[in-house]
Design a protein around this ligand. Sequence first.
Ligand code: HEM
Length: 299
Amino acid sequence: MPARTTLPLPWLDRAGRLSALKLLCFLLVLAPGLYLAQGYARDALGAKPVTALIHATGEWAVRLLLATLAVSPLRRIADWPRLINLRRMLGLSALAYALAHLVLYVVDQNYDLAKVASEIALRIYLTVGFVALAGLVALGWTSTDGAIRRMGPAWHRLHRLSYPIAALGLLHYFLQSKIDVTDPVFWTGLFVLLMGWRLMHRLSAPTRPWSLLLLALGSALLTALLEAAWYGLKSGVPAGLVLGANLDFSGPIRPAWWVLGVGLLLPLVNALRGRPEARRTGPRPAPGLVPARAMPQKP
Ligand code: HEM
């Protein structure tokens, strides 16, 4: 009798049982897509619905990519190992939104594939987006258990590319912005926070509330500097003016403060849920899209 194959339903755990955590995650990643689809169907997305969809799907691709990268830090900071089971779903959702983003761009160009290709080749922000998308496709393609087993240690090297891919996605976000870069600065600030945690971890710094507090402060400062540098280089606005805007609370709160707010949740969560970390016991989880159990061990 042929072996029975089960569909890899996203809400089931590896033993085939319903996982409430995975089901919740699945519904959450699906929700923006459904919301946008109903907005389109009800003609509620403004005068240029396809453009609105291009923007929204691009934003969700970035958010979900960062959420994927946040899984490893959060599982340690909150001492919540089961979080790793969400990483592949989050990564594949980022890929799905990014692919929808490209398809919508093709629709926007009246399905003229030659024009799409030439625009991607000629406009630097589209070239950057294309490289990021190609990288995401490579990670998604190799995220099956079979690919992980076949690739062995090369899988680790490939999936470490998730960080530069996220950086390219963020650069694409900056480059396509006209004047106001508040949103890309905020998401890049969160990326800085994640990279900072990775650096701390690599240097074997302990995951403790005080170290996470320093990480939050440093990331917020770097976010403010990044914002000042971008406006300075792009529009010649003096850095002092942009930095000063961070202390002016009569207008919109600058992204560095939002990054600080998110960053401060980390020491709080760690104080409430974390436990004194045993320094690197067991194999280190690889970056990328896949649950730890499916991964090959390093030789
Ligand atoms: C072939 C690949 C891609 C193409 C052709 C493309 C195309 C575009 C276009 C046309 C825009 C709108 C620009 C404007 O209105 O002036 C845009 C914005 C954006 N894209 Fe992409 N993109 C690609 C890949 C990606 C990837 C891989 C990501 C994320 C990982 C991404 C994230 C974004 C974001 C966040 C925005 C800005 C949304 C906003 O301002 O609200 N894009 N992209």
